[in-house]
Each structure stands twice: as structure tokens, then as C-alpha cells.
Design a protein around this ligand. Structure first.
Ligand SMILES: [Zn+2]
Ligand SMILES: [Zn+2]
Length: 333
């Protein structure tokens, strides 16, 4: 793909493409939620989203309403936020009406059984807001068995005292990436709004490369890490690495054959922002964006120097605008 994704929101189906979605959404069936599924569906469309996941706290009672009110625009993935005593997680892609048990904590050794239950149904298990500062909000389980980590939950940073600490979640994830990529599997990052109120949906959301706009293909894209997180639909990012005649996109492995590698980022919609490149050595390169917020930025490396490269784009005040999963660089054994 040589151009940024600029297509408008699409109906279900649609073929291979980048799709924008928010996988952590509560209606008034969740404590603190104030909106109906129909209102949230309309807000999701207005925010430019192609899909959302309905993740009420520990209930499936709104599954039917979500599916009916969305009518596939946006595509609705049925899910649940499982609020255990020692951390919350998202079950994405559960059968209609299924409820996953939440009545345990890390000391009960019960989590694996419930992750298996969701995996057997074809679903994904996502660590939710691992550093949320309220009782049961801090995630105390090992990440083993989970498919992805919600490193960005709601606005990047705010004055609200219960706001998740996204900087801490990102630092944890970035630190574990080196070992995880060597040993496999590595867990992709994602971002969701955790919407309860008006005007929260889509801030942020995950942009996924999927073979089709269907629950199975969207979840496959998230699981593979073929995704990046955007603070809004105004932000566009395309990240590829090429070496010799080969190239790879976000979440993919690039066999460089020992050739030099060029990491290339196209960005739009982040006025006076800062693009930074991150590897197992931490931040290795940063470039300011012009006032227009659009630019193409390149950085040269090799598989010997970088086992992976991932991208952050921040505003001048440090708040995140976009965050990519890594591209992994390998050489022949
Ligand atoms: Zn939660
Ligand atoms: Zn939530």
C-alpha cells in the first residue's frame, strides 16, 4: 500500500483494508454508563468508526440491543468487560448471551480457565487499563494467556483522578516487548475509549488491517498486531520498513537478508507533533512535524541494530496522538 488510508467509514464486508474501531464501550447497562446502545452507535458513526465492541461489566443483557441498533454500521463485536477483584479484562468476540465469570482474583488461580473459555469460543482476551488507580482497576495477573494489552485507555492524560495511567502501561509493555519478541508470542498494544458518557467514544481507538470488516477478521488483525492506535479519526499513520526488495507493515516480520533497512512513516493530522522511533534500545530517533501536521519521515537501521521498530507520535505537550505496534526485523539463522 503506498497511500494513506483516506476512505470514509465502510459498511460490513469491504475487503482488505484499515478499519477504525473502539473495543471498550459501555452503555447504561454498566455502572456509570449514561447512554443507550442506539446513542453510542450514532456517536461511533459520527466519530468515523467502522466497528466497536460492546463490553458491559459482567453482563450480556444488551447484546441483542447492540446488534439490532448498529445494523452492521458500525460493525458490532459482542464482548464483556470482566471486572475481577484484581484487574479488569476484555473478552472480545463472545457468542451472544455468553457471560464470563468475574468472581475471582489473582490468588484463586482461576484466570486461565476463563481465558480458555473465551479462546475456545474464538474470542480474544485483552488486558484492560493495567494501571487504573481504583480498587480492582490495577491489573495483577501475569500477561501470559492474554492476546493484547490496552496500553491506551481513554484520553492520554487528564485531571480526572480515576484516569488510567497510560504512560505507565506503555512503559510496561515497551519493556516486555524485547523479551516477548525473542521468545514469542508477543502481545500487541491497543487503545480504547472505555466510554461511559457522551463524547468519549473513539478517544482513542484502534486502526486494524483486516481482510474484511467482520468480527473474525478484525479480531485476527488485532491478535496479529496489525494495528495502531489513534487519538481520533483526524490522525492518519502509515508505517512500513523495507530492506532490499522486501517490505513489511505493522505487526509483520521483515526478513532483511542482512540488507540495510529503511523505516518510513507517513503521518497526517498532528500539528507541530513529534514522531519518535523506538527499539529494544528505547527511543532511538525523533523528528518534529511541521505546523501542517503532515510529513514523511525516514530512519535507517538494520536487523543487527534493531530487533523491532515501533512508532509514537506525540503532541507538543507530550500527549500521545498515535502509537504503532512493532515491525519485527530478522536475519537468516
Ligand atoms: Zn475497567
Ligand atoms: Zn470499562
Amino acid at each position: 500500500m503506498s497511500e494513506l488510508e483516506t476512505s470514509p467509514p465502510q459498511m460490513a464486508g469491504g475487503g482488505r483494508g484499515w478499519y477504525r474501531g473502539d473495543c471498550h464501550v459501555h452503555s447504561l447497562a454498566s455502572s456509570g454508563g449514561e447512554l443507550t446502545p442506539a446513542q453510542l452507535v450514532a456517536d461511533a458513526r459520527a466519530a468515523g468508526l467502522d466497528f466497536l465492541a460492546a463490553t458491559e461489566h459482567n453482563t450480556s443483557e444488551t447484546h441483542n440491543a447492540w446488534s439490532r441498533d448498529a445494523d452492521d454500521d458500525p460493525l458490532v463485536i459482542l464482548g464483556q468487560e470482566v471486572t475481577t477483584r484484581t484487574g479488569h479484562w476484555l473478552a472480545l468476540g463472545v457468542p451472544s448471551g455468553q457471560v464470563v465469570d468475574w468472581r475471582y482474583g489473582v490468588e484463586d488461580s482461576a484466570i486461565d480457565r476463563h481465558l480458555d473459555e473465551v479462546h475456545r469460543a474464538g474470542g480474544l482476551c485483552v488486558v484492560a487499563h493495567p494501571h487504573a488507580p481504583y480498587p480492582s482497576g490495577t491489573f495483577m495477573y501475569p500477561y501470559q494467556g492474554f492476546d493484547a494489552v490496552e496500553v491506551w485507555n481513554g484520553p492520554w492524560s487528564s485531571d480526572v483522578p480515576w484516569q488510567a495511567d497510560n504512560e505507565a502501561a506503555l512503559a510496561d509493555w515497551g519493556r516486555s516487548l524485547t523479551a516477548d519478541i525473542r521468545q514469542g508470542p508477543w502481545r500487541p498494544a491497543m487503545g480504547n475509549s472505555d466510554t461511559h458518557l457522551k463524547d468519549q467514544i473513539g478517544v482513542p481507538h484502534t486502526v486494524v488491517l483486516a481482510e474484511d470488516l467482520s468480527p473474525g477478521e478484525i479480531l485476527a488483525g488485532i491478535r496479529a498486531g496489525r494495528s495502531w492506535t489513534a487519538e481520533s479519526a483526524a490522525v492518519e499513520l502509515l508505517f512500513t520498513i523495507s530492506a532490499g526488495a522486501q517490505s513489511a507493515g505493522i505487526g509483520e516480520r521483515l526478513q532483511t537478508g542482512g540488507e540495510p533497512a529503511v523505516a518510513r512513516v507517513e503521518i497526517r493530522g498532528v500539528q507541530s507533533g513529534i514522531v519518535s522511533f523506538h527499539t529494544e534500545r528505547g527511543e532511538v530517533h525523533r523528528v518534529p512535524l511541521p505546523d501542517s501536521g503532515s510529513d514523511v519521515v525516514e530512519w535507517h537501521t538494520s536487523a543487527a541494530d534493531s530487533a523491532f521498530v515501533r512508532i509514537e507520535v506525540r503532541h507538543p505537550d507530550g500527549h500521545m496522538a498515535a502509537l504503532s505496534n512493532p515491525i519485527i526485523l530478522t536475519v537468516p539463522d
